[in-house]
Design a protein around this ligand. Structure first.
Ligand SMILES: *[C@@H]1O[C@H](CO)[C@@H](O)[C@H](O)[C@H]1NC(C)=O
Ligand SMILES: *[C@@H]1O[C@H](CO)[C@@H](O)[C@H](O)[C@H]1NC(C)=O
Length: 394
């Protein structure tokens, strides 16, 4: 028999015993919902979960935020369950940013030290101090955590809307800005005191825009009134092993006299090798008619280095694809509004990251230039709701 993972809570607002009861009942409830049968033996919890996490059907979605950090999630009613699998034996953090910066973010921090799992709902103040501090209200609930020789794995759940607007960010149907961090060290002696989290500032990774509430396995019927547009990069020189390249290409939208709805998008792989090179693609719409945008639309594209290189006018996220997902389809009643009077330019930001081992690099047929991109499906047959647009700043 396997012993369940020992769980240590550092919440101040609830007693340990009530949390442990919650831990057990949460686990049993979730197991029931996910499996359709009840797991009554709590001693079996760890091995049960370990088997479950290998089952791809357990999770609705899996995304690799980078080569070291995988997230899996599933939504049941108003609850969302996450699992983080991070290649580190130090602490990990995962949460949401209001605008892409860490100030004002909602973040959960956890780590495993000497077999004990520590986990807290935290937030980052707006005053510039990057260290996440513990929330008075603990709304992220740890379900289990463990460490193997290479990874830290944490599974936890929260309400989509935790009703803690002061320190949490509600998960909506909009594109969320996922913030994540990890470090090779744990805080000393399980301490949650301010100043004890090792190097928070340098442990953050650039945020990733993702729609978490997309429905899994949605059926898409390609009706004849649906049009397709391929937004492709042009002969981008691929990076070598372990290098990252961010490529920005601007597109000018043809005149659309009337409003359309974008209803689906999927990656275009230029070749089988592209599958190993594409990390994620973000498509933004740019408002206004700036000369800079017109010039960029005539270029082949350019290397760009994240937020600073992206014109401020291009801050609304239209589409966001990540390695690990095949496509994104909006629910039947929703579409992302496209109107050339509102936004004539689209900026596609592609992160290339070559993860192939060196041996394959030596292969004679190594592809050098890439023309991958995004295929978008849109229609003039409007749906009832416009999909949410979240913008940075302004
Ligand atoms: C550790 O766990 C991670 C995540 O489940 C898994 O991908 C990895 O292969 C495991 N490593 C070892 C050495 O068992
Ligand atoms: C999000 O989308 C779902 C499914 O389309 C819908 O039932 C729900 O009301 C939406 N939530 C909000 C806050 O708009």
């Amino acid at each position: 028999m396997t012993t369940p993972p020992e769980v240590k809570y550092t919440s101040t607002s609830l007693s340990l015993s009530s949390l442990i009861t919650c831990f057990i009942s949460c686990f049993v409830i979730v197991s029931c919902l996910l499996e359709g049968l009840c797991v009554t033996s709590k001693a079996n919890a760890l091995s049960q979960s370990a088997t479950l996490s290998l089952d791809p059907l357990l999770w609705d979605h899996v995304v690799d935020l980078n080569e070291d950090f995988r997230i899996l999630w599933k939504i049941i009613n108003q609850d969302i369950t996450f699992e983080i699998q991070a290649r580190t034996l130090g602490y990990v953090g995962f949460g949401f940013s209001p605008d892409g910066n860490f100030a004002g973010s909602d973040i959960a921090i956890g780590w495993v030290d000497k077999g004990q799992t520590y986990f807290q709902d935290r937030h980052i103040k707006r005053n510039g101090d990057p260290e996440p501090i513990v929330d008075p209200s603990q709304d992220y609930i740890l379900m289990w955590g463990y460490e193997n020789r290479t990874h830290t794995v944490l599974r936890f759940r929260r309400k989509l809307d935790t009703c803690d607007p002061a320190h949490d960010i509600a998960i909506t149907n909009d594109t969320m800005r996922l913030l994540y961090m990890y470090n090779e060290r744990d805080p000393p002696h399980g301490s949650v005191k301010p100043g004890h989290l090792p190097n928070p500032a340098s442990s953050f990774r650039p945020y990733r825009p993702i729609v978490l509430t997309q429905r899994p396995h949605i059926q898409f019927k390609h009706e004849e009134y649906v049009r397709i547009l391929e937004l492709r990069n042009e002969d981008v020189e691929l990076p070598g092993a372990d290098e990252t390249l961010i490529w920005c290409k601007t597109f000018k939208l043809d005149d659309m006299k009337r409003k359309h709805h974008l209803i689906r998008y999927e990656p275009i792989y230029d070749s089988p090798a592209s599958v190993h090179n594409l990390q994620h693609i973000t498509l933004r719409e740019c408002h206004g008619m700036h000369q800079e945008l017109e010039e960029m639309a005539r270029e082949q594209g350019r290397q760009c280095m994240g937020a600073r290189d992206i014109p401020l006018a291009c801050n609304a996220i239209v589409a966001s694809w990540s390695r690990g997902s095949n496509s994104f389809t909006f629910p039947d009643e929703t579409g992302y509004p496209m109107e050339s009077r509102q936004a004539k330019y689209y900026l596609m930001e592609t992160h290339y990251n070559n993860l192939q081992p060196d041996l394959t690099q030596l292969h004679a047929n190594r592809q050098m230039a890439d023309n991958s991109g995004l295929k978008i499906y849109f229609t003039h047959v409007l749906r009832r709701h416009d999909a949410g647009v979240l913008s940075i700043g302004e």
